[in-house]
Design a protein around this ligand. Structure first.
Ligand code: ADP
Length: 265
């Protein structure tokens, strides 16, 4: 897909950000190119951990066969590489599920405030391990949207995990739920969820490409953090399927805000 990127100062959101909405490319040629790029990317992403695994297997069979300490160390690295492949395949499956059907069935009533409270609980220990303090505002009362509970949970998990990963240790990650009678993004009652970190942020030139599969601001850093490069692509598709909007703002050196706006049920 391509993104209709429009600079639009939204109600209550600092100007200078970019709104992403999503228009499908009808051009078949371009779709074919995108598919070929995708297959090449997936192959490369899978081949990297596989090559590492094969190298370690050879080493364990040969030079390191009788070296107990080396064996332990290599097995640990191998486990990590296998986990990375596992995450990648899970993310690919999620992505293909949410891409298959761009417009969702009506769905059921989902309380996103309750989902957020649960997500915070689930990810609390991950945040603690990274020395990140997580706060949740505005989610005391129910806020209903029509949709898919598992998918919306995945949206919140991906954004919160990114906030923890890239938000800088010692920092605060704020989750803010806001209701508005007339959400400008779709001229009706809406719920907005902002995930706000005080990490290092990134140059806004990256914003239009961040939701592309495998696009990363800092390839090396993201891999080191165990990222698959698919998280924001999954978020984009799920929000799109819920007829919502997804917005990214960032100020280098100050932090980033990822906002999801959903129509209220
Ligand atoms: P990854 O698995 O690499 O984290 P994502 O699709 O979730 O993939 O994110 C894409 C890229 O966007 C990341 O590699 C990172 O460069 C950047 N990014 C995402 N969230 C943040 C954030 N909160 N702060 C800074 N950079 C971020």
């Amino acid at each position: 897909s391509t993104y209709d990127v429009t600079a639009s100062p939204l109600e209550g959101v600092a100007a200078g950000g970019v709104v992403l909405s999503f228009a499908d490319i009808s051009d078949r040629e371009q779709a074919g190119q995108i598919r070929r790029d995708f297959v090449a990317n997936v192959s490369h992403e899978l081949k990297t951990p596989l090559t590492a695994l094969m190298g370690f297997i050879e080493t364990l069979r040969g030079p390191a066969r009788d070296d107990e300490a080396a064996r332990e160390r290599f097995l640990e690295i191998m486990a990590r590489e296998a986990e990375r492949m596992n995450r990648l395949v899970s993310d690919l499956l999620s992505l293909s599920r949410v891409e298959a059907e761009e417009r969702m069935r009506p769905g059921v009533r989902v309380d996103v405030a309750a989902l957020l409270r649960t997500s915070v609980q689930t990810l609390r220990s991950l945040a603690r391990d990274a020395a990140v303090e997580m706060t949740l505002e505005g989610a005391e009362d129910a806020a209903h949207v029509l949709g898919d509970e598992d998918q919306l949970t995945q949206v919140f998990h991906n954004l919160i995990e990114n906030g923890i990963k890239y938000g800088g240790s010692g920092g605060v990650l704020r989750l803010v739920l806001t209701r508005s009678e007339r959400e400008l993004a779709f001229r009706g009652p809406g719920v907005r969820i902002d995930v706000i970190d005080r990490g290092e942020g990134f140059d806004p030139v990256h914003i239009p490409r961040l939701t592309e599969r495998f696009y990363r601001v800092d390839n090396h850093r993201s891999r080191e953090m165990g990222g698959t490069g698919l998280g924001l692509a999954i978020v984009k598709h799920i929000v799109n399927r819920h007829r919502g909007r997804f917005r990214i703002d960032s100020v280098p050196g100050e932090g980033s805000t990822f906002s999801v706006m959903l129509p209220m049920a």
